[in-house]
Write a protein that binds this ligand. Structure first.
Ligand code: AMP
Length: 411
């Protein structure tokens, strides 16, 4: 799709505001967006460095947790380096399923070697990364490969387990370098690593390491045991107040964290959210995120239905774009489709967004309605701050006892 490519190129070139994409289709309710996603998804879930913050020695691999349990997410998936003992880890015992030989089949058919500058750009290896504290060295032989989890535009994703103790279960994602080069997103991948390398939050999908061979890049991702949230939404049509409130609680917490790191996500939507083994929400895609300390951006990006008025009108924007998207998400969870969707075309959707033409069905509870209205304000400065979202009655009402904030157990 030309419009997506142009947006992507402008993103890569860091920010000249393009015109809205008039030919881009609006998103049917719960249909996964293929095109723009293909670009964004590639950049997902990148590097979480060795959390111990130092180069591993032979007796202490980066996968080996420190003695204290620093994982703020007590029920979460096995987390290399997150301070969990394998025996205590519920996911360690998981059956990783049967490997179908897909990596080899793929490698035969697709992908050529990449040379020159692009090869340098894509020589991504967390053991020698200039950005992060190095992790231990990885290669395909480190893992027992299990069942396929899915296919992305640039390669497949498999469930894997490290061969050596403590047998961590991960999602291993391949990206074919030649296809990345053909799509001209090499630089974005590197940038994505820069953005994600230090992100640690129970509701943000981790990437524990990455390595490459001549044709491919491999990403060692946190395994999201319950898969994609949008599939759940498609299955159920919409979510209950309780389920929606708990997801929004976790989202608000994760976004507060990202904003504290000067990361604006800019592409919050159900398709970019995964679910952990306990059903906890994981922001799993940083394709459109931008690292902007004190900086206001003027780039058109994101999914149409989730775009805030300031982006539709091509004005400068800041982290409050994510507040707006949280409002849209709340609405979509509860009602089943985004609030400004207009099947008659993109421009109609834009108009509805710019007018904040918001119609909340009568069955929506007063508290939920109140929060949606407070998030979907035309003026970004008037949107309810995330810390107030966390204290909103609709959120606190459904928060599990004992949790003082969103956290990872709230699902
Ligand atoms: P992607 O290339 O990220 O779109 O991944 C393709 C598919 O693989 C997704 O639609 C998911 O179903 C699955 N997948 C990707 N990453 C993970 C993960 N970390 N854990 C579990 N499944 C995943």
């Amino acid at each position: 799709m030309a419009s997506v490519r142009s947006i992507t190129q402008q993103l890569a070139g860091m920010d000249v505001a393009p015109k809205p994409a008039p030919s881009a289709p609006t998103r049917p309710a719960h249909a996964k967006q293929p095109s723009q996603q293909n670009v964004a998804k590639l950049l997902t879930k990148f590097a979480a460095p060795n959390p111990m913050g130092k180069a591993p020695s032979s007796s202490s691999s980066s996968l080996r947790p420190p003695n204290t349990n620093t994982n703020p997410n007590p029920g979460a998936a096995a987390a290399p380096g997150e301070g969990r003992t394998p025996a205590a880890d519920p996911i360690g015992a998981l059956d990783i399923g049967r490997y179908d030989g897909g990596f080899e089949q793929d490698n035969e058919k697709r992908g050529e070697k990449v040379y020159g500058e692009a090869a340098e750009e894509l020589a991504l290896d967390s053991s020698v990364s200039r950005y992060v504290h190095p992790t231990r060295e990885w290669n395909l032989g480190t893992f027992d490969i299990g069942k396929p989890l899915g296919k992305g535009k640039f390669g497949r994703v498999y469930m894997v387990r490290t061969k050596g103790e403590p047998n961590y279960v991960l999602a291993l994602k391949t990206l074919y370098k030649s296809e990345i080069v053909a799509s001209r997103v090499e630089k974005q991948i590197r940038r994505e690593i820069e953005i994600q390398q230090n992100l640690r939050h129970p509701n943000v999908l981790r990437l524990y390491g990455y390595f490459h061979d001549e044709k491919r890049i491999f990403l060692m991702l946190e395994f999201a045991g319950k898969g994609e949230l949008y599939k759940q939404l498609s299955k159920h049509g919409c979510f209950s107040d309780k389920r929606s409130a708990r997801y929004i609680d976790q989202m608000a917490d994760a976004l507060s964290y990202l904003h504290s790191k000067h990361v604006i996500h800019r592409d919050i939507k159900p398709e970019n959210l995964l679910l952990g083994i306990n059903g906890e929400l994981k922001i799993g895609d940083f394709g459109w995120s931008v690292h902007a300390p004190g900086n206001r951006r003027m780039t058109m990006c994101g999914t149409l239905d989730y775009l805030p008025p300031e982006m539709v009108e091509q004005k400068e924007h800041n982290e409050k774009v994510d507040y707006w998207a949280l409002g849209v998400l709340t609405y979509e969870f509860l009602i089943g489709n985004p609030p400004f969707e207009d099947r008659s075309g993109v421009n109609a959707t834009y108009r509805r967004i710019a007018k904040v033409d918001l119609k909340i069905p009568p069955h929506v509870s007063p508290d939920a309605r109140d929060l949606i209205i407070k998030l979907l304000k035309y003026n970004p400065e008037h949107r309810i701050p995330l810390k107030d979202v966390a204290n909103h009655p609709w959120i606190t009402k459904y928060r599990p006892k004992g949790l003082s904030r969103g956290g990872s157990d709230a699902y």
